[in-house]
Design a protein around this ligand. Structure first.
Ligand SMILES: [Zn+2]
Length: 579
């Protein structure tokens, strides 16, 4: 009797496995190509889509089921293969990768199982409304005003702006559920999808009615090529192609824009925002010399479009920057311009290079404008976000997740905090280690099409300097060794000649990442700054000569990001100075 029940239980476990094996693998297919027609009707806040998508089975097992997801405010109308209707079940799927906090998921039975690496073409149709919706942010307790200035996507007669994955699933995707309440889960899922889709292509035709002769709205799409919309039979039509999506989030905007058109930038602004638009265009022109010096001449014209809500959070993707032009003063305009111009001048498929440099350019811009402390302050703001990421990571160490040192490294990461904030600090440190001329030359020799190995950038910089940078790239770029934590262990003074004091300073790094860190010795009426390399989990020793009795030593001026809050000041008592 006992044996039977045991065997029965054993079977239960087996059944469990069987169900699991046939459960949905939502991320089995990569959507390698989209060819879609969209009809946008602002007066109804509607969008209708039909066209073809190609799915490739990137899993290791044949797949008979495909999952297609769109925003929960859209409905599936038809899914066909080879002209034949396919059976599908449509169900809501809770996920915070869409602003509504939910997706309309179609579970499609394919005509036959698709083997690994094979593809299947599906003809699809769906439609529905896209209205202002802050459900997912309300779900994590964000106040209404904050939520709407973050999730500002909508279709309406006054203003239409719809961003893709991570905001509104207006084209089909297939992902596991992401929750904003669960730390980084929603961001991880968006990052994973972008990585899978980086080589995918997208062809879009977007049309909107143009019956009203008086109103001629402008349609902007952040595609690789997108000739200006033209009018055909009472319709505006834009024909846009994304050659490869890379990390671009397909986005379209429709508004009654007016334009400030300069050689370097086109600023699309809303009625009454003429002055702000000119301020921004001026800021762009002012930043050109600095950006050109560092990142070369512009490859493409920068494109900026106004957001109606003055509190709306800016968004950039591909060549397009969306931001409220009002309420953006000259200083913020300059910062945004430096970032946008860097993108227009320099491109890398690697986020830590592409975004890291655009943020580094902002620090350079501030340094150029108001000196080094202003740049360090700015990086300090980013660093607080970075420390938060590091703390979170430390908290996870008890229950390790799939990500290890290499997966969280700058070369591989899809975590924005890392490829923006941390990468910016890495570029700043590299600059101080090798000097401006060497880094500028290295950047000038960069060719995105030749960037096939993670070490490509290191080799380019190495070619311009005699320094060994392997350890630095290893600690900061190829692996995630966290941040350094410096402490001055000791500082001994010896009077050498009349009017000369020699200090021997030992600095330890309690963290696992090493860095070259500035060290300043202060004395009555002056100070001397030297730089010292301290490798992770070790000590560095340096001798510094000063003309008067030293009073204190300070390690790190904020140019090297650190974890922890170790005291960086070492006071030297007068009695410590040996005679
Ligand atoms: Zn950027």
């Amino acid at each position: 009797m006992k044996l039977r029940s045991l065997r029965f239980c054993f079977l239960c476990v087996l059944c469990g496995f069987v169900v699991n094996a046939f459960s949905l693998d939502r991320e089995a297919f990569t959507f390698t190509s989209y060819d879609l027609n969209f009809r946008v009707e602002p007066a109804q806040q509607r969008l209708g889509a039909r066209g073809k998508i190609t799915l490739r089975n990137d899993s290791t097992t044949p797949q008979k089921i495909a999952v297609l997801q769109i925003s929960s405010s859209l409905d599936w109308r038809s899914i066909k293969a080879g002209g034949k209707q396919l059976q599908f079940v449509s169900q809501p799927y809770t996920s915070d990768i869409d602003h509504t906090g939910s997706l309309s998921e179609a579970i499609v039975t394919l005509p036959e199982a698709v083997p690994p690496k094979a593809t299947v073409d599906l003809e699809i149709a769906y439609e529905g409304v896209i209205v202002l919706d802050a459900t997912r942010l309300a779900g994590i307790g964000a106040p209404d005003s904050r939520a709407h200035s973050t999730d500002w996507d909508q279709i309406s007669t006054k203003f239409t702006a719809v961003r893709g994955l991570g905001y509104v699933a207006w084209y089909p995707v297939a992902t596991e559920a992401g929750s904003l309440a669960e730390g980084t889960s929603a961001f991880d899922i968006v990052g994973r999808w972008k990585t899978r889709e980086a080589a995918s292509s997208m062809h879009l035709q977007i049309s909107l009615p143009s019956d009203d002769e008086a109103e001629k709205p402008e349609l902007l799409v952040n595609a690789t090529t997108c000739p200006t919309a033209h009018e055909v039979q009472h319709q505006f039509l834009a024909d846009c192609t994304y050659r490869s999506l890379g990390l671009v989030v397909p986005t379209f905007v429709i508004a009654d824009y007016e334009v400030v058109d300069r050689a370097a930038v086109q600023v699309h602004f809303l009625h009454g925002h003429d002055t702000s638009a000119a301020v921004y265009a001026d800021a762009v022109e002012k930043a050109i010399p600095l950006i050109t010096e560092w990142f070369g001449v512009q490859r493409s014209k920068a494109e900026t479009a106004d957001l109606a809500d003055p509190n709306a959070l800016p968004f950039e993707s591909g060549p397009l920057l969306l931001m409220p032009l009002t309420g953006t003063g000259p200083k913020l305009s300059g910062l945004a311009a430096a970032h946008q111009l860097t993108h227009a001048s320099f491109f890398s498929p690697r986020p830590w290079i592409n975004e890291g440099l655009a943020h580094f350019a902002q620090a350079l811009y501030l340094e150029h404008l108001s000196g080094r402390p202003a740049a360090l302050d700015y990086m300090g703001l980013h660093r607080s976000a970075l420390s938060a990421v590091e703390t979170e990571k430390d908290a996870q160490t008890t229950a390790p997740r799939s990500g290890d040192e290499a997966a969280r490294s700058l070369v591989n990461t899809t975590d924005e905090e890392l490829y923006r904030s941390k990468a910016m600090c890495v570029w700043w440190m590299l600059r101080e280690m090798v000097g401006d001329p060497a880094l500028k030359k290295a950047l000038a020799s960069y060719r995105p099409e030749e960037d096939n190995e993670p070490s490509y950038m290191q080799r380019l910089i190495q070619a311009q300097t005699k320094r060994d940078l392997e350890w630095f790239f290893d600690d900061w770029v190829y692996r995630d060794r966290g941040l350094p934590e410096f402490k001055i262990e000791s500082a001994f003074t010896r009077k050498t000649l009349p009017g000369a004091y020699m200090l021997t300073i030992t600095v330890s790094d309690l963290g696992a990442a090493g860095a070259e860190v500035p060290l300043t010795v202060k004395f009555a009426g002056g100070e001397v700054t030297e730089r010292l390399v301290v490798r992770g989990k070790s000590n560095g020793v340096i001798r510094v000569q000063v003309p008067k009795p030293p009073e204190e030593v300070v390690v790190n001026d904020g140019s090297v990001p650190e974890s922890g809050t170790t005291n960086h000041v070492f006071k030297i008592e007068a009695s410590e100075t040996s005679k």
